[in-house]
Design a protein around this ligand. Sequence first.
Ligand code: AR6
Length: 173
Amino acid sequence: MEIELVQGDITTRDVDAVVNAANSSLLGGGGVDGAIHRAAGRELLEACRALRQGEYRDGLPVGEAVATGAFNLPAQWVIHTVGPNAAAGQTDPELLRRAFANSLAVAEELGAATVAFPAISAGVYGWDAGDVARTAVQAVRDHRGTGIERVEFVLFSERVLQAFRAALAESGD
Ligand code: AR6
């Protein structure tokens, strides 16, 4: 699987699936979540509301992932996941690993060949960008499946991009 680092706005990426760093409510928020909802349009919120009325009545648990359509985005699907919130004491790296790994599993199930990820939990949720980058790269390396051809990490800031560059170099790529 090819890994690419891109600096910019994830909502513009022409990939099959865009991963959203959501919160358990699935009903939008700030950061990348807000940007994805704004760009995708109201139908995304409606799709998320439908999830909340069905299987995810109590919200999406930390570390899990679920897909909706992507509406006005160039992508076909949005995969919503919830990273751990370090600012609220969720510092277990396994939760962060699961957010990346379960998003990849959902992408694989959907038949997505290209997937774009933001730096889950590296913003409001307060994780160190280096920890996020190493966890993200390892999750991609550990993913077992044949459908996903390319994973893009789309990083907003130069600082987070550098953290991902370092993690990729450390992992031998
Ligand atoms: N494209 C790519 N990356 C972005 C974009 C964008 N358009 N906008 C921000 N980032 P955050 P979290 C970067 O806070 O830490 C929301 O309110 C940002 O610079 O979006 O998982 C949710 O509803 C940072 O590096 O997500 C939750 O309540 C990274 O994306 C909570 O924030 C993640 O920052 C989730 O917090």
